[in-house]
Ligand binder design. Structure first.
Ligand code: FES
Length: 106
């Protein structure tokens, strides 16, 4: 299934990269930019990012269950991951708003 139409990236491609990043550091708080960077791609319209965030959470949780990580640690880590994504999305929205104001002013 195609997740990113701008870069022609499938769900399987994204899942593989997330797993690779977790193999390198299973406690890394992965964000979409890291996934795209690992594939030498970058977000263009970034309309796929909410779906990529969902995949990061899903794959990370499944990864830790396969590793038999303690349930309390999984829940705590997934909460941290979701908070990190919320912070990144807020920063992205602020940057988009500021860029639109700069365009209006010029
Ligand atoms: S759909 Fe992924 S960057 Fe546009």
């Amino acid at each position: 299934m195609l997740v990113c139409s701008c870069n022609v990236i499938t769900r399987a491609d994204i899942e593989a990269v997330i797993t690779q990043l977790l193999d390198e550091d299973c406690w890394r708080l992965i964000v979409p930019v890291q996934v795209y960077h690992a594939m030498s791609k970058r977000g263009k319209c970034c309309g796929c990012f909410p779906n990529v965030v969902g995949l990061i959470v899903e794959v990370t949780e499944a990864y830790h269950r396969r590793q038999e990580t303690c349930e309390a640690e999984i829940i705590s880590f997934i909460e941290k991951l979701k908070e990190k994504h919320h912070q990144c999305e807020t920063a992205r929205m602020i940057a988009r708003h500021q860029n639109s104001q700069i365009r209006v002013a010029s």
